[in-house]
Ligand binder design. Structure first.
Ligand code: TYC
Length: 106
């Protein structure tokens, strides 16, 4: 094998490895569900605190959920979406609100 062949092989393997090791993560939508009991201000507060929305964006999402039953708070890689869902559910529970949150593939 010539020196050039070795370099070509090395380059090929490196590219293949990079492709296999760094596949783009699948994205997941974090969904907020409507209910009749959670106060609107609490939902707006959560959207600001956990999803970094400003007051206008948070109010818009909250009203969308209130009127349509479900709405997207954000889109994240699996583990971040999972953490957001847990944080919403734990914060709602701690404050005695029945707010529900789930995730689905984007
Ligand atoms: N529907 C609730 C109310 O009238 C407000 C609300 C909005 C609750 C969004 C949950 O995800 C939600 N107080």
């Amino acid at each position: 094998m010539s020196k050039e062949d070795k370099f070509v092989d090395f380059d090929k393997d490196t590219k293949l490895e990079t492709k296999e090791k760094f596949k783009k993560p699948s994205l997941y939508k974090v969904l907020l569900l409507n209910d009749d009991y959670t106060p609107m201000e609490f939902v707006v507060f959560l959207l600001q605190k956990l999803f970094h929305k400003n007051n206008d964006e948070a109010t818009k999402i909250m009203l969308h959920v209130h009127q349509n039953g479900v709405g997207v708070c954000g889109v994240f890689p699996y583990e971040i979406a999972e953490t957001k869902v847990i944080q919403v559910l734990e914060t709602a529970k701690k404050n005695d609100h029945p707010l529900q949150c789930t995730m689905e593939k984007a």
